[in-house]
Design a protein around this ligand. Structure first.
Ligand code: FES
Length: 320
């Protein structure tokens, strides 16, 4: 789902920072003058601008009806590029942090039944989803895996709130999630939502291959394996709003070419996973290399992530 043109930027205050599980802190952010925060829906994420050169995306995990605060949970990543350790070690209660968004590329669709499969910190976008679905007549189930029970943020809270609908499956007690048992029999009118580490998502994708088209909804923290690979040929990009024509050479991205032409563009991950740089395409065939758009959105061919995607032919015209 496109959220083009809905970006806002706010300086919020870290009202609370609390440990939710081993290696996971929950940040509660408020407006310094207690103004209401932008609306959002389950599946949305925000950017935290931790430094000018350090922008990270985190799923909103609180209650969308509570406009007084945003909540995000942050896992300390052993292989961190600096973002999660900055949140854990540097960012303190009472400090200000710049927030961009919210943005939603993982929206909750209407279905009769829902199967949620979360791995580790991938539980965060699922939290407001199960709350929303639980308030309807839909049938649902959540299977939540993690390394150990102590590392699984919100696990016990989910069990207390929803009982048997929630299966907690720490790996040291149960092994890997039994996806063949969960996904082996395709279900009609059932939406499968999954978020977590790439191996889990890749396995869920394989497990859903025989499910009706459109059943599976994924959100990734890292680019899908091989997503950005492909031929690196040069092509022309025309910026419709200014009439500028740019050459995107083999070794540069569309984003780099646009920025080099002095045209400001909103970016964040620059890996094709957050959706910030989504840009309308007015003509030309797109070589999609992102990990955000659905198959249907790719087929529509009217929008692209310019940080990674390229042209299939000689020319693209962008609504920039
Ligand atoms: Fe994140 Fe392009 S900047 S998808």
């Amino acid at each position: 789902m496109s959220t083009l043109g809905t970006e806002v930027e706010l300086d919020l205050v870290v009202e609370r920072k609390e440990t939710m599980a081993v290696g996971v802190v929950l940040l509660t952010l408020r407006h310094p003058e207690n103004r209401p925060l932008p609306e959002w829906q389950p599946g949305a994420h925000i950017d935290l601008v931790l430094r000018v050169d350090m922008v990270r995306q985190y799923s909103l995990c609180g209650d969308p009806a509570d406009r007084s605060r945003f909540q995000v949970a942050v896992l300390r990543e052993p292989e961190s590029r600096g973002g999660s350790s900055h949140v854990h070690e540097v960012l303190m209660e009472g400090e200000s942090v710049r927030v961009r968004g919210p943005r939603n590329h993982f929206p909750l669709v209407k279905a009769k039944n829902y199967l949620f499969i979360a791995g580790g910190i991938g539980i965060t976008p699922i939290l407001p989803m199960v709350a929303a679905v639980n308030a309807t007549r839909a049938d649902w189930r959540l299977v939540y895996g993690g390394r150990t029970r102590a590392s699984m943020a919100f696990g016990e809270m989910l069990r207390r709130a929803y009982g048997e609908r929630v299966s907690l499956r720490p790996q040291d007690e149960y092994g890997l999630l039994d996806l063949p048992a969960l996904l082996g029999k395709p279900q009609r009118r059932t939406a499968v939502y999954s978020c977590g580490p790439e191996p889990l998502l890749a396995a869920v994708e394989v497990g859903c291959e025989k499910w009706p088209s459109g059943s599976l909804h994924l959100e990734r923290f890292a680019p899908k394996q091989g997503a950005t690979a492909g031929p690196q040929s040069s092509f022309e990009v025309e910026l419709a709003q200014s009439g500028k024509k740019l050459l995107v050479s083999e070794d540069m991205s569309v984003l780099e070419a646009v920025e080099a032409a002095g045209v400001p563009v909103m970016t964040s991950c620059e890996e094709g996973i957050c959706g910030t740089c989504e840009t309308k395409v007015l003509s030309g065939a797109i070589d999609h290399r992102d990990s955000v758009l659905t198959e249907a959105e790719r087929a529509a061919g009217d929008t692209m992530m310019i940080c990674v995607s390229r042209a299939k032919g000689d020319r693209l015209v962008l609504d920039v």
